[in-house]
Design a protein. Structure first.
Length: 339
């Protein structure tokens, strides 16, 4: 009796961990499986009951390269897909091209009353696989890329093909990294190397080097250094992943207008340009050292500011003394009346 209970318990554990490994939040669709579409809610399921439901049955054939075809209940073809595995998640029907490492979304066009497939964007894939790091094929350098993972923690990686390469019949070594029917979705449990190749051919082999560490996603717990860009007098306008907090040290560029002070931030040391009018003092800021120009009228004192050293000119009338000011040193020529 104990052996039977132990066996049952072991089977439950195997099924439990198998469910985790194969992502139980997705419903895989295989040959002769049905997918049900509800136009009223624009959602997919495997067994919804509604008056307006559209039931499609999946068929695969070797003649089509094992790509999926979906048929109406009357046997007519509904859509021929570019994928060979499909699953339903969050009410969406997702198609996976395992040979091309590309991903599609199947939707219904109410106007044409036809099913269509569109290529998923990277942002849409992040929502579908929030715990997976997306690695593009174009990011491989000399067919190698380094991925970091924390010790004692598994890490999921989703390969996304953004090139013209084709990966038909490619497989992983070690093979245990692929835990689902989605070939591009792998689970990294150990440090080392993961090889992705066609029967071990080294010419086109892709190598994923798994190293100790963590990749910064610029979240709240992220200590990565953002790259910032600065525009004129504005503060740092960082990139999408950069929150430009206290760790942003980019220097802004400043512009100054005529007699105004620098409109930049505290770190701005630009010097303003000053303009001076006739006898007026410099109208610039405190750092302005421009010298005003002075003008003097006849016998009057210099009407300029304190820094003005211009000398007035004096005029003398006939026999009178010089009528100039105290500072006038001109010597008049005098005429005397003789009788």
């Amino acid at each position: 009796m104990k052996k039977i209970l132990t066996g049952l318990f072991s089977l439950i554990l195997i099924l439990f961990f198998s469910c985790i490994a194969n992502a139980c939040d997705i419903e895989g669709l295989y040959n002769n499986y049905q997918a049900v579409y509800l136009p009223s809610t624009s959602s997919w399921s495997t067994g919804a009951m509604a008056d307006d439901r559209i039931v499609l049955t999946k068929k695969t054939s070797e003649g089509s390269g094992n790509y999926s075809e979906y048929y109406y209940s009357n046997g007519k073809l509904a859509i021929n897909l570019n994928s060979n595995f499909e699953f339903i998640k969050d009410g969406q029907l997702i198609g996976v091209d395992n040979a091309g490492l590309k991903y599609y979304k199947i939707s219904y066009d109410k106007k044409s009353k036809k099913f269509i497939q569109t290529l998923l964007t990277e942002d849409e894939l992040k929502k579908l696989f929030p715990k997976a790091q997306i690695v593009k094929i174009s990011q491989f350098n000399n067919n190698e890329i380094t991925v970091k993972k924390q010790l004692f923690k598994d890490k999921k990686v989703l390969l996304l093909n953004d090139t013209e390469k084709y990966f038909h019949k490619y497989s992983y070594k070690p093979s245990k990294v692929q835990t689902t029917d989605i070939k591009g979705l792998i689970t990294l449990s150990h440090l080392g190397k993961v090889k992705f190749s066609l029967y071990g051919d080294k010419n086109d082999m892709l190598v994923i080097k798994v190293r100790k560490g963590s990749d910064c996603t610029c979240g709240e717990k992220c200590n990565c250094q953002p790259k910032c860009t600065c525009n004129k007098d504005e503060k740092c306008s960082c990139g999408e992943k950069c929150t430009c907090g206290e760790k942003c040290n980019c220097q802004p560029k400043c512009t100054c207008n005529k007699d105004e002070k620098c409109s930049c931030g505290e770190k701005c040391n630009c010097q303003p340009k000053c303009t001076c009018k006739k006898d007026e003092k410099c109208s610039c800021g405190e750092k302005c050292n421009c010298q005003p120009k002075c003008t003097c009228k006849k016998d009057e004192k210099c009407s300029c500011g304190e820094k003005c050293n211009c000398q007035p000119k004096c005029t003398c009338n006939k026999d009178e003394k010089c009528s100039c000011g105290e500072k006038c040193s001109c010597k008049p020529e005098c005429k005397c009346n003789t009788k």
